[in-house]
Design a protein around this ligand. Structure first.
Ligand code: ATP
Ligand code: MG
Length: 262
């Protein structure tokens, strides 16, 4: 990991009319780090993810990404800088195969006597490499995406993002529609993607998933950071207390951008 964080949020707020959905959020994501964002319904998690991915503007506060302050004006703007949001089967074209999806809009073409020819073998080899780097096997890269499972589609989307130089990936409840085995593979894939130096923010309601995959757990409660802890230094019980607000009664924890250091 290089010195400065990949993402730094500083006092982000967001109001919807009279509703203060976010009331001053600060934390950092390092390169290669998986951060799980937890919190009750309505805590502000999705609002925060939308701000990071350019879909919503903060009411106030600053967002630093990859060394500079940013004011993303649209998801396309954030995406061009290497921030991707993955929902289940969001952005794949189902009526073409895996290779075509991977290279959509960036096809490798060579001209023979002025006639453009798609370099299918070269593209297929690149996709094979990318998928195996991430430890994902798809039976055939020539299968139309419509026949692939939700988990396989997520795998394609994530690996495509890594292949094209993505830096931060945001996943909002990515496994809600997946079975146990697909979820397990999805979590493994997230780990491998992070191991390639990419930052990951995953929203989940399932404590076990957070503990399985995350390096750091950030709890949002009523629009504020109620806890920010290394996974190795906390427990599901403690995180539940942060989510419900009980932690404040007992230990009066102070929350700092990357604290508490305990
Ligand atoms: N477009 C909007 N207009 C008005 N209020 C909104 C809007 N989007 C979010 N909110 C409010 O902001 C608060 C935070 O919502 P958000 O969707 O971020 O919560 P969440 O933590 O993602 O919850 P969940 O776990 O249920 O997905 C809620 O009170 C919600 O009603
Ligand atoms: Mg949400």
């Amino acid at each position: 990991m290089s010195g400065d964080p990949l993402l730094r949020l500083q006092d982000i707020t967001r109001n919807f009319g009279a509703i203060e959905a976010l009331r001053g959020i600060s934390f950092e994501v390092q390169r290669g780090e998986v951060l799980a964002l937890l919190g009750d319904n309505g805590a502000g998690k999705s609002t925060l993810v939308k701000i990071i991915s350019g879909g919503l503007k903060p009411t106030s506060g600053s967002l630093y990404f990859d060394g500079r302050e940013r004011n993303f004006t649209s998801p396309a703007d954030a995406k061009a800088e290497g921030i991707e949001t993955v929902y289940q089967d969001l952005s794949l074209c189902t009526n073409v195969d895996v290779v075509a999806n991977f290279f959509m809009g960036r096809e490798i073409v060579k001209r023979y006597f002025g006639i453009p020819v798609l370099q299918e073998a070269e593209m297929e080899a690149a996709v094979t490499r990318a998928m195996s780097n991430a430890g994902t096997r798809i039976p055939s890269l020539r299968t139309n995406v419509e026949y692939l499972s939700g988990g396989q589609r997520q795998a394609i989307e994530l690996n495509r993002f890594v292949h094209w130089g993505g830096k931060l990936v945001l996943l909002d409840e990515p496994f809600a529609a997946l079975g146990v085995e697909q979820t397990r593979r999805g979590l493994e894939m997230i780990r491998r993607i992070a191991d390639q130096g990419i930052g990951v923010i995953i929203i989940t309601h399932i404590m076990a998933q957070a503990f399985q995959v995350a390096d750091r757990i950030v709890v949002i409660r009523q629009g504020l950071v109620a806890g920010n802890v290394a996974r190795a230094k906390t427990s599901p019980d403690e995180v539940v207390r942060m989510i419900t607000g009980e932690a404040q009664l007992g230990t009066a924890q102070e929350t700092r951008p990357n604290g508490p250091a305990a």
